[in-house]
Design a binder for this molecule. Structure first.
Ligand code: SAM
Length: 272
């Protein structure tokens, strides 16, 4: 059995009982950097062999890991921080397990994107996660042009030395767009800056940025600021505009950025 085990993103105490128990029972633990992960194992008295599994040897390693899993070995995969597979190695191994019909599971825990989303104050009921932004300004710009229309919060990981440049680019497209910048989450100097791009840029430009960052961008304004009528009224209104009930439900869900189920439930409750 293979276990994807989430580990802390800064604060060593952020690890679940199940994660520790899983790491303790495995035959060996795959990690990006054996020296770095040793610190975690020492803190939790986990005495298991560490084997390196990182983006440069992922392909090579997969075959032997699959053989070990077939032989009945219990293997855990961790990354330097957070949830393996999320902007970290892991996906290739998950695919190989699926291909070979081998079981694997994910032991949930810390993740920088979701931790930042909760702190951001931006909408949490619809969001997209894009991982790291591309490096070329042209590519970032076209991505921004697209995501500024997304009707929910966009979450990206950004490196400290590119953050200001990225925000200057965003300013050219929408200076008034609300953003949040979550820095050093769960660590001593954790902070979350909230404001519009043009409000936050001057304070970020003042000093070189250090640490780890998550950038969150408010969804399309019309969506965020729209005040909708109660759900049943909204659906009736759309039906009066000529849509069938099913179409009106679908449209209301799209407009409000919620799952269709939520619309059905609200209508159903009323007709009980
Ligand atoms: N697997 C990790 C997860 O589940 O969040 C992400 C790993 S990715 C290689 C590293 C990036 O995640 C960093 O560059 C930063 O953008 C973000 N990150 C990780 N830890 C963070 C923290 N404590 N505070 C803010 N951002 C963090």
């Amino acid at each position: 059995m293979l276990y994807f085990v989430a580990t802390p993103i800064g604060n060593l105490a952020d690890i679940t009982f199940r994660a520790v128990a899983t790491l303790k029972k495995c035959d060996y633990i795959l990690c990006e950097d054996t020296r770095y992960s040793k610190r975690l194992l020492t803190a939790y008295e986990i005495d298991k062999p560490l084997k390196s599994y990182h983006k440069f040897n992922e392909q090579k390693r997969v075959d032997e890991i699959i053989e070990d899993l077939k032989a009945g070995k219990e293997i855990a995969l961790i990354s330097d921080a957070g949830t393996p597979g999320i902007c970290d190695p892991g996906t290739r191994l998950a695919l190989a397990c699926i291909e070979h019909g081998l079981p694997f599971t994910s032991i949930p825990g810390p993740n920088a994107a979701l931790t930042a989303l909760v702190l951001s104050g931006l909408t949490t009921h619809r969001f997209q996660f894009l991982g790291f932004l591309p490096k070329k300004p042209k590519e970032i710009k076209s991505l921004f042009e697209e995501l500024l229309h997304y009707p929910g919060t966009t979450i990206v990981y950004e490196s400290p030395h590119r953050l200001v440049k990225t925000l200057l680019l965003l300013k050219t497209l929408d200076p008034g767009r609300k953003i949040a910048i979550a820095r050093e989450l769960t660590k001593l100097h954790e902070e979350c800056l909230r404001g519009t791009v043009e409000q936050l840029l001057p304070q970020l430009e003042k000093a070189a940025q250090k640490g780890e960052f998550v950038l969150l961008i408010e969804g399309k304004k019309e969506f965020e600021q729209q005040e909708w009528p109660e759900i049943p009224e909204h659906v009736e209104e759309l039906q009066r505009e000529g849509l069938s009930k099913a179409e009106a439900i679908k449209k209301a869900a799209e407009l409000r950025g919620v799952p269709k189920r939520e619309i059905y439930n609200a209508i159903h409750k009323l007709s009980k």
